[in-house]
Design a binder for this molecule. Sequence first.
Ligand code: B12
Ligand code: SF4
Length: 425
Amino acid sequence: MQLEYTKETSADGGASHVGRMPVHLVNPSHLSFGVGVITPRWLFVLAAATPASHGRPHITDETLEPFDLDTVHPGDVVGVGIHTGNALRGYEIGTLARARGAVVVFGGIHATLYPDEAHNLGGAHAVVKGDGDVAWPLVLDDAARGTLQPIYEAGRVDADEFVSARWELLPAGRYMWGSVQTVRGCPKHCSFCSVWRTDGQKPRQRRVDAVVEEIAELRRRGFRFVALADDNFYPVTLADLAMAERQRNGARLEQLRTLRAERFELMDRLAQLPSDMVFFTQITMEAAEDEAFLTAMRRANIKGALVGVEAVTPEGLKDVYKGFNDVGEALVTRLRTFRDHGVHVLGSFIFGLPSDRPSTFEATADIAERAGLTFAQFVMLTPFPGTIDFNAWEKSLGGISSTVCGGFGHDPSALPPCGRDSRSC
Ligand code: B12
Ligand code: SF4
């Protein structure tokens, strides 16, 4: 693909942009609130990965304010990151930016799963599948040379290649929580989750120094609250260690012990930060078996965690491939153990599982009340692309369509088969 990408003069007759392509990074949202809860991390990671030769990237988080298309000039690069819930708005932005002569690049989980959709509906010149940390500067180089490829298979980069976010580009006073990722990937394979397929089942843990440096910087910028934007903060369980021991798998054991030791090292370092810091993460309930881990979490000021309870019956757990969770009194005890160690639990429950019956509602409410949860969320089973549930749902449609369009993240009916026309969604 050959693109017109350099220009002598900007569309408004302003400064010359020869040899330099101004970069816009846009986090799409149909609704803008002026303030946001959690910083959308990818914007600040890709900003950091943008070579200095392209100047300071223009960042727009549309949950704060709409993207101003008048700032886009022919030859600018517009990078749009989408998950399924905001894909349609992303496609609108891509199409409009392309019409203004911009080079449009998509990335993010939805574009990774549906690169053709971004080309067909979003005006993409290029789509990056997977992690952008290493690929983004290469894409910009290709764009500058006129050798942009339609698809970049960026895959999963090693943990030591994760780029630290450029927090100095954060607009002041607009977000409540900073977000720092400490590990990517999750060893489990829950039926409703795409993370283990896109980010992989091998946990990629970041260097402790890199994580702590980012948190210290956020603190200097006034943040006391930081979300550890991980899928599963407890990637190595005691059961994993016991299994490796039983199998006399020395290499595996060593690897697991190293990962576990790094978790403790991270928590020790977090414990040395100002004591009014508050961290929140996501974790499996297996951590409740691990006294030392929960104690370290408390010392590290990890004061809250989303725990995926999902179902309270054995059949329900089987539906979601989550046999490592408990039911009944054992479940209540596990969840209470977090609270006993000073970690507030946001219990996450799913309704709409194949095995759910009318009695499931009462059984769920009963457990939620007795388990000492601080918060609870009850979501409808949503077949997100890339999941086992999505494949089953798609199969149940009898081959009507294999493509979906982004819709709102809580409502399965918002993920209709796509007529390959965004208006039909
Ligand atoms: C933290 C988090 C949240 C937080 C914070 C969100 C925020 N403001 O950042 C909260 C709790 C609010 C949240 C809410 C939800 N989330 Co969430 N969340 C995450 C999580 C765990 C980490 C996101 C993150 O910061 N990652 C770190 C950044 C650096 O990675 P990244 O975004 O993937 O970006 C990299 C690449 O994708 C790529 N890239 C991204 N954009 C672009 C753009 C370009 C141009 C390029 C080149 C590359 C590129 O490069 C980046 C660097 O490598 C992810 C899982 C995950 N592993 O990503 C789920 C995830 C994104 N969430 C998910 C879901 C479903 C939701 C909810 C719908 C849950 C619900 N039922 O309510 C809501 C939706 C909220 C909304 N309307 O946007 C799903 C999305 C699935 C899908 N197909 O869309 C994920 C993947 C988790 C899962 N289990 O499958 N979430
Ligand atoms: S739901 Fe949680 S535990 Fe299950 S695969 Fe996804 S990240 Fe891992």
